[in-house]
Ligand binder design. Structure first.
Ligand SMILES: CC(C)(COP(=O)(O)OP(=O)(O)OC[C@H]1O[C@@H](n2cnc3c(N)ncnc32)[C@H](O)[C@@H]1OP(=O)(O)O)[C@@H](O)C(=O)NCCC(=O)NCCS
Length: 392
């Protein structure tokens, strides 16, 4: 008899060459390269190019990739106008999910071959930050800023968001944040994207689904919740009581724990240092408060459940983005700005896998535990013969 696997943990569903997550040793590898090496030596543009190809790009390949990111740095005027008519209270993730689907309607690529999908990937990587920045300007009644042709990909986003060209240190910190969020194997949103293209749907449909999956607080939405928690706590001396109270009620501490890492998430290690540097640069208290959240949660977990718990990517990215001056509810869209590189790489892999076992339509099995009235089913009663029932 097959056993149920709630949450599909440890179920192997496909091969991938894109990344490896080693949850025991706390390692994350993109196409063979250690993430800790990439954050020291690479850029987001190069990392995105690496994810979409089989190896690090040559000078020419990277230069072509970067040029095309700039060339596609625009969104259709109609799409901008449609955003103007949305309720200003709309969640940026809802706006993004629907705009990605809308971008699909303006897709100039013909067909569904590998080259067309590579071009679509570049276009989406280029346009998603523009949608996020434009929406933030529109909802705040500010003029939309035209994309720069000079700034790199992360720099252009910060510029379109704030109207100010970021200083070199800020731009590099943001660049590193994007490298760290770019890819993470079969996480919920990537799996959603792969599941959608397994039906032979197109890339925009899959990325739109991935944005939806990312929006939830157990996935990309966690860093927004982390910042809300930090603001609620307010000062270092309040951390202990806050965490103890929450955990005694069985509530989860956002930014802590991971489905795969059972040790330190290597991304959290880098972000912790970035948060520390930003706290030092801006004089804000968020690094120290976050560190205490980490320590007290780990202590309580050990005391109460006898197990270890470590920070995940969201714990320190929340305060890092806050100190970069990014509005809190853009934390998750920024995750999407980066992760679209991983999603699109997976979509291409899912669609064009060359080696066996080739992916096929995902179709897990459910165990029916509903009403059973015998082999011919329950008797269908006309509506006026049915007892009044309150739907449960
Ligand atoms: C990410 C997450 C879903 C991983 O879950 P998981 O490894 O499957 O672990 P579970 O949810 O099954 O939790 C295992 C135990 O640890 C506890 N636990 C896990 N994460 C916890 C957290 N953040 N705070 C407090 N307790 C936590 C659970 O309550 C559970 O206890 P129990 O066995 O007594 O029921 C989980 O850690 C979580 O919800 N974290 C907070 C949300 C978050 O930061 N998400 C971003 C992920 S990158």
């Amino acid at each position: 008899m097959q056993t149920k696997n709630i949450g599909l943990r440890n179920i192997e569903v496909a091969d991938t060459k894109i990344s490896a997550v080693d949850g025991i040793n706390g390692k994350l590898i993109y196409r063979g390269y250690d993430i800790l090496d990439l954050v020291k030596k690479s850029t987001f543009e190069e990392t995105a190019c690496l994810l979409l190809n089989d190896d690090l790009p040559t000078k020419n390949v990277l230069s072509d990739f970067s040029t095309r990111l700039v060339e596609t740095r625009e969104i259709p005027k109609r799409l901008e106008e449609n955003m103007e008519s949305l309720p200003k209270t709309a969640s940026p993730m809802d706006v993004l999910q629907s705009r990605v689907a809308e971008l699909g309607m303006y897709d100039k690529e013909k067909g569904d071959d590998k080259n067309a999908n590579y071009n679509r990937a570049i276009s989406l990587i280029s346009k998603i930050p523009i949608v996020v920045a434009c929406w933030d300007r529109i909802r705040n009644g500010k003029e939309i800023i035209k994309p720069s042709e000079e700034l790199n990909h992360p720099g252009n986003f910060l510029y379109m968001l704030t109207g100010i060209e970021p200083d070199t240190e800020i731009a590099r910190i943001f660049d590193i944040c994007l490298i760290l969020h770019a890819e993470h194997s079969f996480n919920a949103s990537t799996f959603a994207a792969r599941e959608v293209v397994s039906t032979r749907a197109h890339m925009h449909a899959a990325v739109s689904a991935a944005v939806g999956a990312l929006s939830g607080e157990l996935h990309g939405g966690a860093n927004y919740q982390v910042m809300k928690m930090l603001l609620d706590i307010g000062t270092e001396d309040r951390v202990e009581q806050y965490i103890k109270e929450k955990m005694s009620k069985g509530e989860k501490i956002m930014g802590m724990g991971h489905a795969v890492y059972k040790t330190f998430d290597p991304r959290a290690e880098v972000l912790r240092e970035l948060s520390r540097r930003l706290s030092e640069k801006t004089g804000q208290p968020w690094y120290k408060i976050t560190k205490k959240v980490e320590d007290i949660t780990a202590e309580e977990m050990k005391k109460v459940k006898g197990s270890d718990i470590f920070p995940n990517v969201d714990l320190y990215s929340a305060s890092a983005y806050y100190m970069l001056g990014i509005p809190m509810d853009l934390n998750t869209p920024i995750f999407a700005i980066s992760r679209v590189s991983g999603w699109t790489a997976h979509i291409i892999e899912e669609k064009f896998a060359e080696a066996a076992p080739k992916p096929m339509l995902y179709r897990p099995k459910a165990v029916y535990v509903g009403k059973y009235c015998g082999p011919s089913g329950c008797e269908y009663l006309p509506i006026d013969k049915r007892d009044q029932q309150v739907p449960s």
